[in-house]
Design a protein around this ligand. Structure first.
Ligand code: NI
Length: 177
């Protein structure tokens, strides 16, 4: 079921979300299906449960076959629950971000370049990945939602934060997640 995505300003986006304690439940499966349906409908690259008002540490992401962004780097379709992120160096990389909770806008955001992340899938199976670049950016953006952080809070240069139409002048804007 497609759910309403909360927009920045809604206090539910500012909560520190709760860990998932039970896996492979009908409730968790239904949540993930709603998140997939909502992300697909809005052509997002990722979605966090708090964005649909659910106070749990659950994110999904993946950029496979998004017709709006044929040249986007491929990130495998992933369910990540109770994530832990560890930067692997001090290196930062800046890039454009958008968010379904901040529609119509893009900002230039610094993120860790190299990252290890771990967490569970929907069955409770633990997994770990070492990633960099765009994949690392998407994970950091989505996991920030679990701690009540929206990407505008990480923008340093507000000259590079604004409306898509003004920033990109008719060209394809970078990914929204
Ligand atoms: Ni977002």
């Amino acid at each position: 079921m497609i759910r309403e995505v909360l927009r920045m300003g809604d206090p539910r986006l500012l909560r520190v979300a709760q860990p998932v304690t039970q896996f492979s439940t009908p409730q968790l499966d239904a949540l993930l299906q709603d998140m997939r349906d909502t992300m697909a409908q809005l052509d997002g690259a990722g979605l966090a449960a708090p964005q649909i008002g659910v106070d749990l540490r659950v994110v999904i992401f993946g950029s496979i076959s998004n017709p709006r962004y044929p040249d986007a780097p491929v990130v495998p379709a992933t369910v990540l629950i109770n994530p832990e992120l560890v930067p692997l160096s001090d290196d930062e990389e800046e890039g454009w971000e958008g968010c379904l909770s901040v529609p119509g806008l893009r900002g230039w955001v610094p993120r860790w370049r190299h990252l290890r992340y771990a967490g569970c899938d929907e069955t409770g199976q633990r997994f770990e990945r070492t990633v960099d670049g765009f994949h690392a950016r998407v994970v950091q953006h989505e996991c920030d939602h679990l701690d009540g952080v929206l990407y505008p809070m990480r923008v340093r240069d507000f000259r590079r934060f604004g409306f898509i139409e003004e920033l990109f002048d008719g060209q394809t804007p970078p990914l929204a997640d």
